[in-house]
Design a protein around this ligand. Structure first.
Ligand SMILES: Nc1ncnc2c1ncn2[C@@H]1O[C@H](COP(=O)(O)OP(=O)(O)O)[C@@H](O)[C@H]1O
Ligand SMILES: [Mg+2]
Length: 339
């Protein structure tokens, strides 16, 4: 049985259309007109225990709506979500024991309580056995460096300290799944790194399934073995990060330094000029059409080349493209069919 199984999941938001002014408001009250918007539009995937999944897409793509359905906060319009065989919305209490949810920049801790009081309360709510609680508290205090913060009220913690506290609180009942929505947003690099390491460690030691939404490439690269890309409510990619790299680095750039000025060079098919200076030439080529050595040979036949180098595709640029929606056409047909 998959830990998470999603089939043909849809969420349609019904938005009431209102004409301006009081007359419009009255009309909308008695004879409302609606517009339906499919925020999540028929997505399917399964995730096994122990997987680390990055869930990415532009703003408004449907990430949060999906997470809300996975966690049971929202009921789907149609389709199904199963988490360990349960319906997370109908069986919310049973589901809550299995999952932990962290939203960046939002805290579920009690503002006025000292961190340790919050943690004690959570341990009691989830009926964590005292000895186990002690062990976990020591572990989390060490790895998340919480020791000096335990007596501090949540309101006095910095954003990074709050996020570390939040993680400890979320994992006290040792959920089998953690959902993280932008956990590193606004944090400095050191804290980001600590949080990523902590998440990875949970995954390694306990086999915790990690489902992570993030704009930060570092989070994905360091934590996630698998990536789901959502666009306009549809899943457009499901596969390993390395495949995105290999496949969507379809274009490469080769840089030449030449002895003579570059002029009137004939380009091989599939290559185009990216940049040109008197003694430099950068060619962008489609490696599904032409190989680097073919491009190099074609140029060297025409002009004396002093040096040349190949630029590898930059994952940051690829993910940025995904976030710009620019990759959709290229991705469109790809891995959904493969999955
Ligand atoms: N409560 C709501 N009512 C109406 N429309 C909503 C609601 N929540 C989200 N939407 C719309 O659904 C789409 C997906 O939103 P969301 O799931 O928040 O995307 P993401 O988290 O990827 O930015 C957006 O167009 C958004 O405006
Ligand atoms: Mg969102």
């Amino acid at each position: 049985m998959s830990a998470i199984k999603v089939e043909n999941l849809r969420k349609v938001y019904r938005i009431t259309q209102k004409e301006p002014g009081l007359a419009g408001a009255v009309k909308a009250l008695f004879r409302p007109t609606y517009q339906d918007k499919a925020a999540v539009d028929g997505i399917s995937f399964s995730i096994e225990q122990g997987e680390t999944v990055g869930f990415i897409g532009v703003n408004g793509a449907g990430k949060s709506t999906t997470i809300k359905m996975l966690t049971g906060i929202l009921a789907p319009t149609s389709g199904t979500v199963q988490v360990f065989g349960r319906d997370p919305h109908r069986q919310r209490v049973a589901n809550a024991r299995e999952i932990g949810v962290v939203f960046g920049q939002r805290t579920q801790l009690w503002w006025d309580l000292a961190l340790i009081e919050s943690l004690n309360t959570i341990a009691r709510i989830y009926e964590v056995p005292p000895a186990r609680y002690q062990t976990l508290l020591e572990q989390f205090s060490a790895t998340l460096e919480l020791k000096d913060l335990l007596r501090v009220p949540i309101r006095n913690l910095s954003l990074g300290q709050k996020m570390r506290a939040e993680l400890a609180a979320t994992l006290l009942h040792e959920p089998r799944i953690i959902y993280l929505d932008e956990p590193t947003i606004g944090l400095d690099l050191v804290v980001k790194e600590r949080i990523r390491n902590f998440i990875k460690e949970q995954n390694r030691q306990r086999g915790t399934l990690v489902f992570l939404t993030t704009h930060d490439l570092g989070d994905i690269e360091e934590v996630c073995q698998r990536v789901l890309v959502i666009d306009s409510g549809k899943l457009i990619y499901d596969g390993p990060l390395s495949t995105i790299k290999a496949r969507f680095g379809k274009y490469r750039t080769i840089n030449f330094e030449t002895l003579q000025p570059v002029n009137g060079i004939a380009l091989p098919d599939g290559a185009e000029i990216e940049a040109k200076e008197p003694h430099k030439l950068a060619l962008r080529f489609d490696r599904t059409q032409v190989s680097a050595s073919q491009v190099a040979a074609a140029i060297m036949n025409q002009i004396e080349v002093v040096d040349f180098s190949l630029t590898e595709p930059d994952l940051a640029a690829i993910v940025k493209q995904i976030y710009n929606g620019a990759l959709k056409e290229e991705i469109g047909h790809v891995t959904v069919a493969e999955a």
